[in-house]
Design a protein around this ligand. Structure first.
Ligand code: ADP
Length: 407
């Protein structure tokens, strides 16, 4: 029997959604409501056959969800709200509490609220989405899917920072990692495509988008990941620096009189590809940087080189940690589309048994390793919404026959 599952990703001024028929994984409709809170908010909805948009005032998230549900009924995508069997919500931070997705109860709501201290920009708005759907669809179970949950398998010392112990013990400062839903989805997909159980593989997964993270997956479990206490750490990103010498921050604070908020802004919004690509910055967008580099912009060339170098250093450390490598995965907007980024990252790694075929790489083939390579190199499109919908099915609507398929 087919179920209609709504996957939701609520941001501060936007709400992305996908309605899926499960377990088939067919997308019934998908879209976004942007500029929530403004007089010219925009709703864009796509189905397999049509696409429409509406510009209208949307005061807050509740109005956004109401507008969306009305549209789905008016356009006959659903007959009534009862058609939506369950909803799944992306939640940024599950702390050490949530090691898997969870059925939302009042206790779970309270815990997500408590964890907002760790993700003040994301958890509150994720929770707002959850609360609105719980109120509007009271009979549909709600599942929270945490960006951090997949990485709860990290063992000590991988998640500990060498700070005074009380910062971990009392304040929970440790490596949590993010992008877990994506890393889990693409590594599962890799095993499926290889026809090998994930439990038998040592994988490094590079999720390279506006935010980027690298994850070491051994036997199907995350054993290390580059994002840490916040999504700011690890590799270089569109506007985030990734790892830097931590003492640069107090040094800049003293020298330029910056506040903690201003330092956050500097690290999160003004650094990375944007920051390195010039005094006024070319762009945080990888395509723009590639174009500028092509046109001879040396700062853009440097930004590309640094981007690849930081990822290579991370891959190298994970190969050491896992004692070898069976497969490397590229996903995310850059990983899935930029042959140039993949080639730079995989350059001169023959000694690891890793080399790619230039032609396959150029065509974004699923497997791009060269004939003689020992390590598989895969390009796999991520699909966080499908992963959310699968978790909803597994937790909210378990059917014995399905469990095997979804496991
Ligand atoms: P997000 O992290 O916001 O989900 P995406 O995963 O969509 O972002 O990745 C966005 C990044 O992917 C941007 O930097 C964009 O320039 C890059 N990108 C998308 N398509 C291409 C392409 N064809 N070639 C190179 N980079 C691309």
């Amino acid at each position: 029997m087919s179920h209609k599952i709504m996957a939701i990703n609520a941001g501060s001024s936007s709400l992305k959604f996908q309605l899926l028929a499960m377990p088939e994984g067919e997308i019934l409709c998908q879209g976004i409501i942007e500029r929530i809170g403004l007089a010219d908010a925009r709703l864009v909805v796509k189905t397999a056959t049509e696409k429409w948009q509406e510009i209208t005032p949307v005061a807050d998230h509740r109005e956004a969800v109401t507008l969306l549900l009305e549209q789905l009924i008016n356009r006959k995508i659903i007959n009534s709200l009862h058609d939506i069997d369950a909803t799944g919500h992306r939640v940024a931070h599950g702390g050490e509490t949530f090691k898997d997705s969870a059925l939302v109860t009042d206790d779970v709501v309270a815990e997500i609220e408590r964890l907002a201290e760790l993700a003040p920009l994301h958890n509150p708005v994720n929770l707002l989405g959850i609360n609105i759907f719980r109120q509007l669809l009271p009979s549909a179970p709600t599942i929270a899917v945490f960006d951090t949950a997949f990485h709860q398998t990290l063992e000590m010392p991988a998640y500990i920072y060498p700070l005074p112990w009380r910062y971990y013990h009392e304040l929970g400062i440790r490596r949590y990692g993010f992008h877990g839903t994506s890393h889990k989805y693409v590594s599962g997909k890799l095993a499926e495509k290889l026809g090998v159980p994930l439990s038998a593989l040592r994988v490094v997964c590079c999720h390279l988008g506006n935010g980027s993270s690298v994850c070491a997956i051994k036997g199907g479990k995350s054993v290390n990941t580059s994002m840490g206490f916040t999504p700011q750490s690890g590799v270089m990103m569109g506007t985030r620096s990734g790892d830097i010498d931590p003492s640069i921050l107090p040094w800049i604070a003293l020298r330029e009189g910056k506040t903690p908020q201003e330092l956050n802004q500097l690290l999160n919004n003004e650094s990375g590809l944007l920051g390195v690509s010039g005094v006024s910055g070319v762009s945080p967008d990888f395509r723009d940087i590639e174009q500028a580099a092509e046109n001879g912009n040396q700062q853009a060339q440097l930004a590309l080189a640094l981007f690849a170098e930081r990822i290579r250093a991370t891959i190298g450390s994970y190969v050491l940690q896992m004692g070898g490598l069976d497969a490397l995965i590229f996903t995310g907007g850059i990983g899935e589309n930029s042959a140039r980024a993949r080639a730079a990252i995989c350059n001169n790694l023959h000694f690891l048994g890793l080399s790619i075929d230039a032609d396959k790489n150029q065509h974004n083939a699923t497997f791009i390793q060269s004939e003689q390579a020992m390590v598989k190199v895969a390009v796999i499109n991520t699909n966080e919404e499908l992963m959310i919908a699968r978790d909803v099915m597994r937790i909210a609507l378990p059917e014995p026959a399905l469990q095997e398929v979804l496991a």
